[in-house]
Each structure stands twice: as structure tokens, then as C-alpha cells.
Design a protein around this ligand. Structure first.
Ligand code: ADP
Length: 504
């Protein structure tokens, strides 16, 4: 008789729903994935169908259970990690969403955000939430639904509507409407949660015209948080872990002590630094956020993101035809000993932290008659590392101590040239774990603690090093690179406003 206890980790991402079954040693026993439709009703609008999200997630969970031949009763806990900020509003009585999920990338509330800023609201909002006023976060998306869907405001006032990020929505479905909850990490991305008092902020709710009755109860990241309805998987299973995707990755990288940082090198790059029980307010436009809450202890984090990371390699592949697969970028770049003086600024959609310039545009500097494809490819990879280095510098200045080590994950972390260059210019050890699925692993860690299988102590040996990159570049060269990068950035800022677009 197999007495193994499993964790089912649901990873609901922006483009696909995935389910992992982990054994108690965190080996992946089974996995399934389903992509789903992206809905673009207008330029700058991005939506998902909440029912499709639910169905795709449930289908992958069932398929993973089937593939792994796992008796449902041996699943000791479910962990849920999710695309953050994406907003669903539904009717509590019918369980039906009022509108599609408005995805984190959606920019429809830009004008409203600008008006809030011009009314001088920025400082007070940042002080309470750790965030900046931006369409990215949930608050203005909820307001948009209440303002634009027939009868929504009235229903909300009558207490008939529920708001949730994707974790809440999935838990509502899994429990057949019994639990309307979210965790601290997801709550901290709504622009409505006070990260100091750890409560929904009544002033902010009033500012956005959102009744508090819509908000989910906020629960810890780990514990017995809810129970699935037995009709869903044939047996009631406790939900024992919840975390937003980036926080889950920080935990999955076991960055559990203050000063530890991870960077996920995916389409964009997401860096997060554990700041312990302290909220570090950034002077460099980083976001302060909640990492997790375990027992009575809240762990905070600083977060910064780069819009175009691995996406630049996609661009080399799809638009320039330099490569046919992303991993070839490493082979081609290795043909050049250095970048040959070429600097690539990947401001294809403006620049994020610490520059925050929506009008910056992409540029390649230093091209000569002798410039090769290998040098251009190397420069593209290096530009990802330069951007991450800017985040690292901003965060170490905010923290007032240098960051010693960076744990890397995400698809582009497979690239050795990229990670070595990161280590070189940031003068930091870059560590790549053997399992790059740190997001689902992180929520599996939370869930295994909640299910009583592991404690923080017994998790400590579950993070396994695959490769370590250490600085190996003369200081003089590092300095030259960083100066050149800054020159390139300066020449790219504001390009869209300084020039006239040609549409003829
Ligand atoms: P996401 O979760 O954001 O979709 P992934 O973590 O799956 O992204 O990583 C995919 C991204 O990483 C793509 O943008 C791809 O171009 C890039 N990528 C994948 N493999 C490599 C590689 N070996 N070298 C450089 N970039 C890579």
C-alpha cells in the first residue's frame, strides 16, 4: 500500500493553466498544462474568460491526477499560485462573473490613473500599499467593472458582488462558493490593501467606490485555509497554500532570510528581495509588497520588473530571424568573445524600473562595419543582465547593504552566457537551482507546510543547486560596461516624444 502523501500545485498563469503533483520530496510525479485564449477587445485591453480559466485549471488537475495514477485521497493538500492583479467580479448568488477577467497587462484605466496622480494621490497611496498608481493593479479594474457593467454598482451596494484575484476565483469554484478568501501576497497587489495594518483600507475602498462587502477574507499563505467540495475531485481536499506567482517563486527559491533575492528571467524579468519583517520604502521606484505571512509573522519584499527580458530573444527569433530557437542565442553569442562595443537598449515597450519612461524606445548603439551577428546577439543577452543589474543596484541602495547572491529561474535562466554576464557586471554570485519550476514548487512548499508534511526547517534541504556563476571580469571592464550602458540608456530615453511617428 502506497502511503505517500502528495501535494497538488495549481499554477494559473497568464497564458496557460498548469497542474503539478509533487511527492513529499518535491519530485514532480505528474504534470499537465493547457493554454487558453487571450482576448483583446481593443488596443491596450487584455481579458480572459473566468469560466475558461476555471475549466482549464480543473482539467489539468484531473489529467495530472490521472497521469500520475494518484489516489485522490493521498493528496494531502492543494497549493494555488496565480497570475497576480488580474481581476474577477462575480455575483455571489448566481456565481456568474459580471465581466471577463481584466488581466494585469490591461491599460484601459490609464487616463483615470493619470487623473488620480494629478490630484496628488500618489504619496498617500504608496505609503499605505507600497505600490504606485498604475492600471496594472486591481483597484482601477474593479472600478471600471462597477462603472461600466449594467446594474453592477447597485448589486455591489446590495452586497451581492464578490471581487477576487484568480486565487480567490479558483477557491470559490473549488469550494462551490463556500470560501471567499485570498492570501496576503495577492491582497497586497490590489492597491486596496494596507500593508502596514494588514487590512483592506477603507479610505482607498471609498476612493475607488468599492464596497468592503466585495472583498475576500485575507488568510495566511499556509495552513488549512479551505476545503474543496467533494464533488470537484471526488473527495474533499484541504487547500493548504496560496501565493501570487512572484512571491511563490521567491519562496520556491527558499529566499527566506532578509537580503536574499531571486530573479525570474522569463518574457519579462521579475526581481524580488526579501526584506524580512521590515517594509523598505524605495527611493528608486521599486514596489514594497508582502512576501508571505506565516503564523503571526509577515515577511515583506521589494519588487522590480523589467518589461522586455527573454522577449528580446523572441524578437531576435521572430522578427530578425537570427535564430530559430531561443537556446541558439547562447551558441551564436559564444562565437563572439565580447560585444564588440555594441549596446542594445531593449526599451521596446518603454522602460520600467528604475527609469519608468514609457517614451523610451529600443536602440542599438555602437554598430560598426565589422559588427557581427554574434556580437549583436551577445549584446541582446547582455542587455537583459544590464536591466536586472539596474534593479539590483536600486534595491541594494534602498536596503543600504549590498545583495550577496541572486537566485535565478525562468526560461532564459537556462542561458549560461546570460547568467555569467549577470554575475560579472553585478559582482554577485548567481545561483541556478536544479528545478527551474520555482513558482509551483514555492506554493507546493507552502501547501506541504499547511498540510503538516514539512516545516520551514525540513524544507531547507529541498533547494538544490545546479550551477553557480561567480564574478570573473576585471573591475576596469565592468566599469566600462556600466558606463557604456548608461550612455546608451540616456540616448534612448524620451525617444517617442522627441520624434514624430511616420504613419503614411
Ligand atoms: P514566461 O513564463 O514569461 O512565459 P518562460 O519562463 O517560459 O517565460 O521563459 C520564456 C522566455 O525565455 C522567452 O521569452 C524566451 O525567448 C526566453 N528563453 C528561453 N530559453 C532561452 C535561452 N536558452 N536563452 C535565452 N532566452 C531564452
Amino acid at each position: 500500500m502506497n502511503s505517500e502523501k502528495y501535494i497538488l500545485a495549481l499554477d494559473q498563469g497568464t497564458t496557460s493553466s498548469r497542474s503539478f503533483i509533487y511527492d513529499s520530496d518535491f519530485k514532480v510525479t505528474a504534470f499537465d498544462q493547457k493554454e487558453f485564449k487571450q482576448i483583446f477587445p481593443r488596443s491596450g485591453w487584455v481579458e480572459h474568460d473566468p469560466e475558461t480559466i476555471w475549466k482549464s485549471q480543473l482539467a489539468t488537475a484531473k489529467m495530472a491526477i490521472e497521469k500520475g495514477h494518484i489516489p485522490v485521497k493521498s493528496i494531502a493538500g492543494i497549493g494555488i499560485t496565480n497570475q497576480r492583479e488580474t481581476t474577477v467580479v462575480w455575483n455571489r448568488e448566481t456565481g456568474k462573473p459580471l465581466y471577463n477577467a481584466i488581466v494585469w497587462q490591461d491599460r484601459r484605466t490609464s487616463a483615470y490613473c493619470k487623473s488620480l496622480k494629478s490630484r496628488g494621490r500618489s504619496l498617500a497611496i504608496t505609503e499605505k500599499t507600497g505600490l504606485v498608481i498604475d492600471p496594472y493593479f486591481s483597484a482601477t479594474k474593479i472600478k471600471w467593472i462597477l462603472d461600466n457593467v449594467t446594474d453592477a454598482k447597485e448589486l455591489a451596494q446590495q452586497g451581492k458582488l464578490a471581487f477576487g484575484t484568480i486565487d480567490s476565483w479558483l477557491i470559490w469554484k473549488l469550494t462551490k462558493g463556500k470560501s471567499h478568501i485570498t492570501d496576503y501576497s495577492n491582497a497586497s497587489r490590489t492597491l486596496l490593501f494596507n500593508i502596514r495594518t494588514l487590512e483592506w483600507d477603507v479610505e482607498l475602498l471609498a476612493l475607488f467606490g468599492i464596497p468592503v462587502s466585495m472583498m475576500p477574507k485575507v488568510v495566511n499563505n499556509s495552513g488549512v485555509l479551505a476545503h474543496t467540495d467533494e464533488s470537484i475531485l471526488g473527495h474533499s481536499i484541504p487547500i493548504t497554500g496560496i501565493a501570487g506567482d512572484q512571491q511563490a517563486a521567491l519562496f520556491g527559491q527558499l529566499c527566506i532570510d532578509p537580503g536574499m533575492a531571486k530573479c525570474t528571467y522569463g518574457t519579462g524579468c521579475f526581481m524580488m528581495l526579501n526584506t524580512g519583517s521590515e517594509i523598505v520604502s524605495s527611493s528608486h521606484k521599486m514596489l514594497s509588497t508582502i512576501g508571505w505571512k506565516l503564523g503571526n509573522e509577515t515577511t515583506y519584499a521589494l519588487e522590480g520588473s523589467v518589461f522586455v527580458g527573454g522577449a528580446l530573444i523572441q524578437w531576435l527569433r521572430d522578427e530578425l530571424g537570427f535564430i530559430s530557437e531561443a537556446h541558439e542565442s547562447e551558441i551564436i553569442a559564444s562565437e563572439a568573445p565580447n560585444n564588440g562595443g555594441v549596446y542594445f537598449v531593449p526599451a521596446l515597450t518603454g522602460l520600467g524600473a528604475p527609469y519608468w519612461d514609457p517614451d523610451a524606445r529600443g536602440a542599438i548603439f555602437g554598430i560598426k562595419r565589422s559588427t557581427t551577428k554574434a556580437e549583436l546577439t551577445r549584446a541582446a543577452l547582455e542587455s537583459i543582465a544590464f536591466q536586472v543589474n539596474d534593479l539590483l543596484n536600486a534595491m541594494s541602495q534602498d536596503l543600504e547593504v549590498p545583495i550577496q547572491q541572486l537566485r535565478a529561474d525562468g526560461g532564459a535562466a537556462a542561458n549560461k552566457i546570460l547568467l555569467q554576464f549577470q554575475s560579472d557586471i553585478s559582482k554577485i554570485a548567481v545561483l541556478k537551482p536544479s528545478l527551474l519550476e520555482t513558482t509551483s514548487m514555492g506554493v507546493a512548499f507552502f501547501a506541504s507546510m499547511g498540510a503538516g508534511i514539512h516545516t520551514l526547517d525540513t524544507l531547507k534541504d529541498k533547494w538544490l543547486l545546479d550551477q553557480e556563476f561567480n564574478p570573473d571580469m576585471p573591475l576596469k571592464t565592468v566599469k566600462a560596461h556600466l558606463k557604456n550602458w548608461q550612455e546608451a540608456i540616456n540616448r534612448s530615453l524620451g525617444w517617442a516624444t522627441a520624434t514624430t511617428e511616420i504613419n503614411e
